[in-house]
Write a protein of this length. Structure first.
Length: 134
């Protein structure tokens, strides 16, 4: 998982700290949530759908037994904190996890590896995936 969205209904400091000026904005994030859920934020069903474990896996009651995971997050990403929290929740449930937060990077870095310092991050993710799938 590269900068995953794992809790649409959650309130995380990174959404405020990194919600403007770092490639993915909070406004855009909400737009994506609305497209995915099929309802607007003002719709009463929005909160219920956004907290559903099928779209918010961090809220699942049971994570044990899930497949091993690679989780990469970026320092300047509104999704940073929920991605970090998901990696810790998986680890706490006994799931094998390789997790790393990349300093100085923004949401979208994985596709920018050939243009920026994200090359190191992209290489780490690819190597970690190779280890998991053998």
């Amino acid at each position: 998982m590269v900068y995953p969205s794992t809790d649409m209904a959650g309130a995380y400091p990174s959404r405020v700290e990194n919600g403007e000026g770092y490639f993915l904005t909070t406004t855009e994030l909400h737009w994506f949530f609305e497209q995915y859920l099929g309802v607007g934020r003002s719709d009463p069903a929005s909160a219920e759908l956004g907290a559903d474990r099928r779209v918010a896996p961090l809220r699942a009651e049971e994570l044990a037994g899930l497949a091993p995971a690679v989780v990469a997050t970026a320092e300047y990403d509104p999704l940073r904190d929920e991605g970090d929290a998901y990696a810790e929740a998986l680890r706490g449930a006994g799931v094998r996890v390789e997790h790393r937060r990349f300093g100085g990077l923004v949401h979208g870095f994985y596709g920018m590896g050939h243009l920026s310092p994200a090359a190191e991050a992209t290489a780490w993710i690819n190597t970690a995936l190779k280890r998991l799938i053998g």
